[in-house]
Design a protein around this ligand. Structure first.
Ligand code: PRX
Length: 574
């Protein structure tokens, strides 16, 4: 395989790939000279115009009702320049945090590049977040601006008084005849602001670029801080794993509130200079196949829950559409079950290529490369520019014995590795052992060096590929007037991998009922998000805790799964 020029030549020779694929080469291909500035906004936008892709479509956007908007790389350049000037005018300075709290409109994609051009730090947030989830993230980062839309403005207004750093709220779709904006809110219509030039911030590869919040077992969500140099990894993996080439039409189904939707829903594809499709609509299998057919999608990046939903609808909808444009398919976020790979073969005549990575790693770490034989159920092998291993959980020493389970570990550094957790470097340093970065997942190797995922090493819940922190849910539950104690765990689910199940002990005077259960569920949905909402609530007399008051989620999980409970010597009621 050679990655000279823009074309990838496939071969299954993994060792050869390890010898020739490296980050330095990515920098060279992107025209970056060591010691010179590097800005993702330039690499993903203006550079494409400089390379003659000005009239090429950067974004084909389909709205809810099927309306299509198209943007060339030149359009994106002029619009990001206009928006970056506007942000500067509002006082946005390098390293300020700017939240993007938007549905998947073109403004989300173009806005993020505008923020990066100013040198400020972009903080993408799911628009489905309720006010408490938004507050936790915007207050931790000390955001000075939030870019949002009318539909979500109410949630911002509810928490504004509690955000002392927030100076301005930018509303992308304000209409004069609508309700007036309040003090500290400004209207900005992207299409009215085109500028030929903008002095892009001279950021270095180590300058902060993005803050992506992710959930852990304990404490509030943590902001993984990424840097502009991450683009080297996102570019190289987009080329070699997603196999993006000049003429591809690429569709990443992920929302940019999730790291997949930025690393491979904006930065990766635009750094390579391909046309990407974005659909701002919910899931139906027909709509998804229509998207592939209508836009002649060639490369598709999606997630196991979505694949299982497509499987559920069977092969008929597949056969009703012409999907012959598809040539490469990848998956991320959860274990890709062997049946899903086999079904993909039957439905599309292609393999889904699994990719394993995290918010913290910023780019794909373990994967099935194009041309590499896919073993259904395995995540594949380390990306060839990296060293990844399975290590012993106590010593951090690599385990080479086939089938023996240990922790997935990556040897630092790599360009897209988080540089810290915002305001929380202590937790960041805990992620390392014996010189390895520890992902927090368990897996084993087979004789050929393929990785087989076995499970997470903590209590974080993975529902439909999205991580939800039990602590955040438990805290939200405790805000409900009827709840005295709470615990949240992941309950195995055939479609979403896991769903949230909550255990609740009620305050005196409250009795369990279906109405109360629904009320508590909705309470969490509104405050946090639909994904964090418990699908089931079990009323209990008390929640099992250690003597020091830590919730024993493993006891609840074991009971739920019918497994042995294990050591209970620290329980407070044994
Ligand atoms: O537990 C692993 C699971 O998702 C976690 C990372 O989640 P997040 O930071 O939200 O980023 C997801 C998108 C990159 C991992 O620690 N995970 C991710 N990919 C896979 C996976 N589990 C099994 N197989 C995968 N391919």
């Amino acid at each position: 395989m050679s990655i000279t020029g823009s074309r990838v030549i496939h071969t299954a020779d993994y060792e050869h790939l390890r010898a020739i694929i490296n980050w330095k080469q990515a920098g060279q291909e992107l025209g970056h000279i060591e010691g010179e500035p590097l800005n993702i906004g330039y690499v993903c936008v203006d550079r494409n115009v400089d390379l003659g892709r000005g009239e090429k479509l950067a974004l084909v956007h389909e709205g809810h009702g099927g309306e299509i908007r198209q943007f060339t790389y030149r359009d994106v350049m002029l619009l990001t320049n206009g928006w970056a000037h506007f942000l500067r005018g509002l006082g946005v300075r390098p390293l300020d945090r700017v939240c993007l709290f938007l549905d998947r409109h073109p403004e989300l994609y173009i806005g993020m590049m505008s923020v990066l051009k100013t040198g400020a730090i972009a903080e993408p947030l799911f628009s489905a977040f309720g006010e408490e989830a938004l507050f936790a993230r915007a207050s931790d980062s000390g955001a000075m601006a939030i870019i949002t839309e009318r539909h979500h403005l109410g949630k911002v207004r509810k928490i504004r008084d509690r955000l002392p750093s927030l100076q301005v709220v930018i509303v992308i779709d304000h209409e004069e005849e609508g309700r007036p904006l309040r003090e500290g809110e400004v209207a900005f219509r992207m299409m009215d602001h085109r500028r030929d030039t903008f002095p892009i911030a001279r950021t270095s590869p180590e300058s902060p670029s993005l803050l992506h919040y992710t959930s852990g077992t304990t404490g509030a969500p943590k902001g993984a801080m990424h840097v502009h140099g991450s683009v080297l990894a996102q570019y190289l993996t987009s080329k070699t794993v997603l196999d993006l080439q000049e003429d591809d039409i690429y569709w990443c189904t992920a929302d940019p509130g999730w790291v997949t939707g930025t690393s491979y829903g904006i930065i990766g594809p635009w750094s390579v200079g391909v046309t990407q499709v974005v659909v701002n609509a919910g899931f139906t299998s027909d709509r998804w196949y229509e998207t592939i057919e209508k836009h002649r999608v060639t490369v598709w990046y999606t997630a196991p829950t979505a694949i299982r939903m497509l499987m559920k609808d069977g092969l008929d909808p597949v056969r009703r559409h012409d999907l012959s444009s598809l040539r490469h398919m990848c998956s991320v976020g959860e274990p890709l079950n062997p049946e899903a790979v086999r079904w993909g073969r039957e439905a599309f005549g292609l393999d889904f290529h699994d990719t394993f990575w995290q918010t913290e790693t910023g780019a794909i770490m373990v994967t099935n490369l194009p041309g590499m034989p896919v073993k259904p159920g395995s995540m594949g092998r380390p990306f060839p520019a990296l060293e990844a291993a399975i290590v012993d959980e106590k010593t951090g020493v690599p385990i080479t014995e086939p089938g023996k389970i240990g922790l997935i570990a990556i040897r630092p550094p790599w360009p897209s590795m988080m540089r810290t957790y915002w305001n929380n470097s202590a937790t960041y340093y805990k992620k390392f052992l014996n010189g390895w970065y520890i992902c927090g997942d368990r897996a084993s190797l087979d004789k050929e060096g393929y990785f087989w995922f076995s499970g997470r090493d903590d209590d974080v819940i993975n529902t439909a590929g999205h991580l939800v922190g039990p602590f955040e849910i438990e805290s939200a539950l405790l805000e409900h007037p009827a709840v005295a104690e709470s615990a949240a765990i992941g309950k195995p689910d055939p479609m979403n991998m896991e769903v949230v199940k909550a255990f609740v002990a009620l305050r005196p005077g409250f009795t369990p009922s279906e109405d109360l259960e629904l009320d508590i569920m909705n309470f969490v949905r509104k405050r946090l998000s639909p994904l964090a909402m418990p699908q089931e609530i079990e009323f209990v007399d008390r929640v099992p805790k250690t003597r020091s008051g830590k919730i024993l989620r493993r006891v609840l999980k074991a009971k739920e799964r019918g497994e042995a409970i294990g050591d209970t010597s620290t329980m407070d009621d044994d």
